[in-house]
Design a protein around this ligand. Structure first.
Ligand code: KG4
Ligand code: ZN
Length: 345
């Protein structure tokens, strides 16, 4: 049995987990920083880094003791080495390096996006490469052909905002607080998805990419008219976002066949309306559909430990103890920058 300790600290969740190559999560713990960042309506990097530094070591102790394991029992220590907020990433990576050095165990540096990309395989042993992946989180919105560990072909990305970001901004406009995705989803259940006319940016465009900035501005204008109920705005926004996703994913699928399945991962994959829409799209295309269980969608350390397991099995690593944290780290370095893309792409 291979046992990997995983560490995640790239945004506002501090997390540790112990995962085996038999897909067993022996223990996991997450400390969310929602309360710290809520007054600011978004993640404050400096506050995040300090919170990670205070919480990570006790979390690691907790998962080891819950599983009845010690560092000696681990075959590797995997940590997110980017992309993300650099202060937080450094806290996790430096902790992993110190543990690796003290225990003599190999360090596995994991790309956070690879953690999301492989998370569906932790939950679903039958999922085979190559699969089509819609990766939708607070910082990213991409469609990738996942061909194997470390082999990612990016078909589409956002030219402005990420999908989770659009949910968070909509939540802010509607006064729903931070983090916004789950709050928008909840309010949308009470609204009419056809009530507010909103744009579907880049829908049916020949370019494969996403755009959500115009949708967000339209939400703001609709709200400012004072003519619509908040629930109707939330439902109409979610419907517009879903229409964009289905349109973009549908045309990407045509370009990336053959694939074994359509898979969604990342924080926004927790959204039930989006999951249901993608499930239908997969069925229409004769494909299996996989979405990880909700706790594996949002940031967590089990997916980082699992990426460590997969990387070891594929012959990657160990990584050197002087490895640098990377604030930017694309999964597909060959991908052309999307035309018109801002700095976030
Ligand atoms: O993957 P994740 O936890 O962190 C990043 O790597 O960014 O994704 C967080 C994002 C946030 O923007 C959050 O609002 C969104 O995922 N999110 C959701 C839902 N749950 C989380 N968006 C829509 N519906 C949800 N249920
Ligand atoms: Zn993430």
């Amino acid at each position: 049995m291979t046992l990997v300790l995983g560490i995640e600290s790239s945004c506002d969740e501090t997390a540790a987990a112990l995962v085996t190559d038999g897909r067993e999560i022996l223990a996991q713990a997450i400390a969310s920083q929602e309360a710290e960042h809520a007054p600011y309506g978004g993640v404050v990097p400096e506050i995040a880094a300090r919170a990670h530094a205070e919480r990570l070591a006790p979390l690691i102790e907790r998962v080891l003791s819950e599983a009845g394991k010690s560092l000696d029992d681990c075959d590797a220590i995997a940590a997110t080495a980017g992309p993300g907020l650099i202060g937080g990433v450094m806290v996790g990576l430096v902790t992993a390096k110190a543990l690796a050095m003290a225990s003599g165990k190999p360090l596995m540096a994991v790309n956070h996006l690879e953690g999301h990309a492989l998370s569906p395989r932790l939950a679903d042993a039958s999922l085979q490469y190559p699969y089509a992946l819609l990766l939708v989180s607070g910082g990213h919105c991409q469609i990738l052909r996942v061909e194997g560990v470390g082999k990612y072909q990016r078909h589409a990305t956002t030219i402005d905002d990420a999908l989770g970001e659009a949910f968070d901004k909509t939540a802010k406009i509607l006064g729903l607080g931070y983090p916004g995705g789950p709050a928008v989803e909840k309010l949308a259940r009470k609204g009419d998805p056809a009530a507010v006319p909103l744009p579907r940016p880049l829908m049916r465009s020949k370019e494969p990419h996403f755009s959500f900035a115009g949708l967000k501005s339209a939400v703001l204008r609709a709200h400012d008219t004072g003519e619509h109920a908040d629930a109707d705005i939330a439902a109409s926004f979610q419907q517009a976002a879903l229409d964009c996703i289905l349109d973009r994913t549908s045309s990407a699928l045509a370009a990336m066949q053959p694939v074994t399945a359509l898979v969604v991962a990342g924080g926004v994959a927790a959204n039930q309306t989006i999951r249901a829409g993608l499930q239908n799209l997969a069925t229409e295309n004769g494909l299996a559909f996989t979405a990880p269980p909700l706790p594996l969608c949002t940031d967590n350390a089990a997916m980082i430990a699992w990426a460590g397991v997969e990387r070891m099995a594929a012959g990657f690593g160990p990584d050197p103890l002087d490895l640098k944290a990377r604030p930017r780290w694309p999964l597909d370095p060959q991908a052309e920058p999307a035309r018109g893309a801002g700095v976030k792409a």
